[in-house]
Design a protein around this ligand. Structure first.
Ligand code: IPM
Ligand code: MG
Length: 360
């Protein structure tokens, strides 16, 4: 089959890790007789450098005309990069939020799975790890604090800043439905995370999630306060199957969950709309401190490409092959610096990509 893929290398380590993911996809094409045609799209700092803005209308149109979008990472070092001298709405991150909104990517899926091979890289004690864990964070991505009205002003010489957190029941319902549907294909449990002891938006969240749960009597629902969830993720991560939560909480908890799996360099993500279309990106950032040094772990991006094959292109067999190749290369003992442990073989970004591509 022929597919159109929009590629967003982005900033920092983005271009390097996307290059490796593309290598793996090229191998998939060769082996399974598909053709992927790629269009490169500028986003974030890369777009600011060329167009003066972090996202152009043309970039959105190219993404919309594709079957799926594969992205690296965006952003730079806020202390030193000239991008951060621009007003906030012109900075790299604003481009990422704008493309999520423009493509209506409300459902962000972030699986956090502990590879047995990476037990040594996991910061938790052996008795907590037990026989491992496997959860997925379903994060609402186009609402909440990220998209509420914000302003900074001065009143009587006192500087004040306001961000607003708004959710309506439709936004909550559609992401809750996604979480329950996903739970049905996994462990049949949803943990909905909120701050209902303080926030009105969380109280509405909780009641809408309970309404949705009535259509899924086979799925167990539990509610958990976000501070408790942050604690439970390191105390007993095995208890989680699907974690359903709003935008900001999901941002924070997904970084935590990824570190529990050994490295943020392993965590893939899919951002989906109501159709099959999605944007796939690693959950980690652009790591400008190691950019261009062949040190970055490309696995999160390669696993994001596997999610793209599965969710947007319906190529399950091919996705399985990529995931199995990652597993096999880890079993063979190859590691990038972030997941390195004694007795393993240290490799760079390119070699890790080559090894996985060869194994597909
Ligand atoms: C993420 C990132 C983004 C977010 C940033 C870069 C705006 O941290 O995808 O988790 O907060 O959503
Ligand atoms: Mg984040």
């Amino acid at each position: 089959m022929d597919y159109k893929i929009a590629l967003i290398p982005g900033d920092g380590i983005g271009p390097e890790i996307v290059r490796e993911a593309r290598k793996v996809l090229d191998k998939v094409c060769e082996k399974y007789h598909h053709t992927f045609s790629y269009s490169e799209v500028l986003l974030g700092g890369a777009s600011i450098d060329v167009h003066g803005v972090p996202l152009t209308e043309e970039a959105v149109e190219t993404a919309k005309a594709s079957d799926a979008v594969l992205m690296g990472s965006i952003g730079g070092d806020a202390a030193t990069s000239p991008w951060y001298k621009l007003e906030p709405s012109k900075r790299p991150e604003a481009g990422l939020l704008a493309i999520r909104k423009a493509l209506n990517l409300f459902a962000n899926l972030r699986p956090a799975y502990l590879y047995n091979e990476l037990r040594d890289a996991c910061p938790l004690r052996d008795e907590i790890i037990g026989d491992g864990f496997d959860m997925i964070i379903v994060r609402e991505l186009t609402g909440g604090l990220y998209f509420g009205e914000r302003k900074t002003y001065e009143e009587d010489g006192v500087r004040t800043a306001v961000d607003t957190l708004t959710y309506n029941e439709k936004e909550i319902r559609r992401i809750a439905v996604k979480a329950f549907e996903i739970a049905r294909k996994r462990g049949n449990k949803v943990t909905s995370v909120d701050k209902a002891n303080v926030l009105d938006s969380s109280r509405l969240w909780r009641s809408v999630v309970e309404e949705v749960a009535k259509d899924y009597p086979d799925v167990t629902l539990e509610h958990m306060l976000v501070d408790n969830c942050a604690m439970q993720l390191v105390r007993d991560p095995k208890q989680f199957d699907v974690i359903l939560t709003e935008n900001m909480f999901g941002d924070i908890l997904s970084d935590e969950a990824s570190m529990v799996t050994g490295s943020i360099g392993m965590l893939s993500s899919a951002s989906l709309n109501e159709t099959k279309f999605g944007l796939y990106e690693p959950s980690h950032g652009s790591a400008p401190d190691i950019a261009g040094q062949d040190k970055a772990n490309p696995i999160a991006t390669i696993l994001s490409a596997a999610m793209m094959l599965r969710y947007s292109l319906d190529l399950d067999k091919e996705a399985d092959a990529v995931e199995a190749a990652v597993q096999k290369v880890l079993t063979q003992g190859y590691r990038t610096g972030d997941i390195m442990s004694d007795g393993c073989k240290l490799v760079g970004t390119k070699e890790m990509g080559d090894l996985i591509a060869q194994t597909v």
